[in-house]
Ligand binder design. Structure first.
Ligand SMILES: [Zn+2]
Ligand SMILES: [Zn+2]
Length: 424
């Protein structure tokens, strides 16, 4: 019996990879335009890191993490999200001494043991962006504008919803109002919500049960309980978003699933036909660095799910894999085949993508291969042609064929061929 991939784990095959690369390269380019630098952090971390940051009464920590004892018996967890490892690294490596504001991004796999359903994988991929060291509302706006721009440039329609979750100063009054509201309808809520209403009442608001959500339609909104500082900050965020013409709507019901969020929080929601739900989300986490033992440094970030972007974009356009050869070397006869093999290496050293057949197949079959791999050109080398230093270059798109005179020194052939291809 052949071995299959784990449930919820998926291969990204060569035919799909072009879309992944296109999205990643577009995003990287935009991140760099906004002054962000890449950081690569481990996939495996101490379990404690996620319990302390994401929060004990969250679905992620309670039900979804890939947590196990390693061979020394230490509890380790495969990262369920990208922010905590980046903050851990920021503190551990003292990145704050590089400059008061650090702009970091990371792209890679995350792991959550969720019930597999359409579009939800246990290994999924995110682009995760963090800005550390600034309280300015302009930073919030820059980060949101950047997320928005990524979607614009890869060609997806989306709308943005924003909210403010307040700070430790204003949250208690909201919690009190919410608690009062929950007490009145405790019996009609699901088991999770009943339990969490005492341990972490804010968490009930992102319960996945439709029944609970219907109950919460009239729940108090945190936006009505903001302190002056938070209220001013949120007003400035909206003002600066307006200045940059970034479209958004305030959604007072948005709470976000992680405990560490403060103040600005946002979601990018796709408006592409037939799709719904968030394709990216983020927010401020001003207390997180300190909570993990670092200095008092505010932060804001977001994450975008790659799978969803690939799926949405794949419905609209096919992006070529990007690895099609510039040239396919077609050889006839033994001498030509050997010369062709050396030429193959020389052309690749000159920066061209070149392929040839090693199975001694017919001219017709080699031309078929050239066509199948989407090569731009085919170069036909026969023993006779080699003797005359004349080869046939065929443009695979137009079908046009040209005779190319090669220089007397074999060492100069690759440069001459490259020149001919560039001219076409
Ligand atoms: Zn506040
Ligand atoms: Zn519930």
């Amino acid at each position: 019996m052949s071995i299959k991939a784990l449930k919820g784990f998926k291969d990204i095959l060569p035919d799909e990879v072009g879309l992944w690369q296109f999205i990643e390269q577009t995003a990287r380019d935009i991140f760099h335009r906004y002054g962000f630098e890449e950081i690569k952090v481990p996939i495996l971390e101490k379990t404690e890191l996620f319990v302390r940051t994401i929060g004990e009464s969250t679905d992620i920590v309670e039900k979804e993490m890939y947590t196990f004892a390693d061979r020394n018996g230490s509890s380790v967890t495969m990262r369920p999200e990208g922010t905590a490892p980046v903050i851990r690294s920021y503190i551990e490596n003292g990145l704050y001494v590089r400059g008061s504001v650090q702009r970091l991004y990371t792209i890679g796999p995350m792991f959550r043991h969720e019930r597999p359903q359409k579009g939800r994988l246990r290994q999924f991929h995110q682009m995760s962006v963090e800005t550390l060291g600034s309280n300015s509302a302009r930073i919030d706006t820059e980060v949101m504008a950047m997320a928005w721009q990524v979607l614009q440039e890869i060609g997806l329609q989306a709308s943005m919803e924003i909210n403010s979750l307040g700070c430790p100063a204003c949250r208690p009054s909201f919690k009190e109002a919410l608690l009062e509201f929950l007490q009145l309808r405790l019996e009609s809520l699901c088991e999770d919500c009943r339990r969490r209403s005492s341990s972490n009442p804010l968490r009930v608001l992102d319960c996945k049960s439709e029944h609970c959500q219907a109950e919460y339609a009239t729940a108090p909104a945190i936006i009505d309980h903001l302190c002056t500082a938070c209220s001013d900050h949120f007003a400035e965020v909206r003002q600066t978003l307006d200045l940059l013409d970034v479209p958004y709507a305030v959604n007072a019901k948005m709470v976000r699933g992680l405990d560490y969020y403060t103040r600005t929080t946002f979601e990018l929601i796709t408006t592409e036909l037939g799709a719904q739900g968030a394709i990216g989300a983020g927010g401020r986490y001003d207390g997180l660095v300190q909570q993990l033992g670092g200095p008092e440094v505010p932060g804001i970030g977001f994450a975008m799910g790659m799978e969803r972007l690939v799926m949405l974009l794949g419905q609209k356009q096919k992006v070529a894999a990007g690895a099609a050869p510039d040239l396919f070397l077609v050889t006839l006869g033994e001498a030509a085949s050997e010369k062709g093999f050396v030429l193959l290496q020389m052309l690749r050293s000159k920066g061209l993508r070149v392929m040839m057949d090693h199975e001694g197949r017919s001219l017709k079959n080699q031309m078929k291969q050239a066509d199948k791999c989407n090569a731009g050109f085919a170069l036909i080398l026969g023993d006779n042609e080699l003797a005359k230093r004349e080869v046939v270059l065929k443009d695979m798109y137009s079908g046009e064929q040209k005779l190319v005179d090669l220089p007397s020194a074999f060492a100069d052939w690759a440069a001459a061929i490259r020149e001919k291809i560039r001219q076409q």
